[in-house]
Design a protein around this ligand. Sequence first.
Ligand code: AHG
Ligand code: MN
Ligand code: MN
Length: 334
Amino acid sequence: MSEIITLGEFIIKNQTRFPESKGELSSLISSIRLAAKIVNAEINKAGLLDHIMGKVGDTNVQGEEQQKLDVYANEKFIKAIKARQQVCGIASEEEESFIAFESEQCRKGKYVILIDPLDGSSNIDVNVSVGTIFSIYRRVSPVGSKATLEDFLQPGHQQVAAGYVVYGSSTMMVYTTGDGVNGFTFDPTIGSYFLSHPKFSIPKQGQIYSINEGNYPFFNQSLKDYLRHIKLVDKESRRPYTSRYIGSLVSDVHRNMIKGGLYMYPGTSRKPNGKLRLCYECNPMAFIIEQAGGKATDGVQRIMDIKPTELHQRAPLYLGSSDMVDEVESFLKA
Ligand code: AHG
Ligand code: MN
Ligand code: MN
């Protein structure tokens, strides 16, 4: 039988790669692991909350105000991360500006974290997979002071760690600290994550493309040409490709990580920078994909080379199997 490794053991083993971190990064990642368990439990009850216990906005039996799950997830992640006192600040999709933690211990934290606490949340109502995305940077402001905006506006290639949790038919946490990507599957009967996908490697070429093609009238001509090209019959390149679009970035990317494929959220004539957020959606997914051997671009440059200027800025995103990213890029740059 092969070795059984829990996420907790793996984090401790991996700690030796960051001697300067003195276990802070490990503690931070394990706080995400904990919050993801709490959020997972709540997501699994989503149907009960809405349809049996009452709609969001109602008060439940304990008289507590029920919350939308993305607000709930946001609170749980912030609370769990703050409690470990390893980061000096956090930025979230659900918060207009970043939060700089005030305590002396937090100010001494070397890291900042950015999160999308619940990605694809509109899928909850229809019982489809959702996720959490996180990205960790070493701060650029002096240790001991309060976190600044500059700590959060670093290009993606400065990430120390990034990961996602997919709450799917099983719950998985997938993350990288820059030395490959590993995936851990949650066993709810034991309450632990186990290493199930060591050293993720995305196929160089896949047959799946994922895009919201309903936006077709607003795509530019190069992208339209590419979408026509991939539907042409060609035995050698196994075209036409297959279309799969869940509408949950984490789930679409996770599937493509395993099967190979290309995820696209392009800029359109209506939304020139697309929809996805650079700092806590595009960058962490780009880091993971690159660490698994794939590529991520905005159509012009590598996602992780973009210098962010705003916390919530958007960027067009093309990411996945390296040959497929090269192929779409050759159309976009033509
Ligand atoms: P979020 O739920 O965090 O706002 O993110 C939703 C995102 C992403 O998960 C997904 O890929 C994309 O929105 C889908 O957008 P469209 O409905 O425009 O296709
Ligand atoms: Mn999202
Ligand atoms: Mn979200």
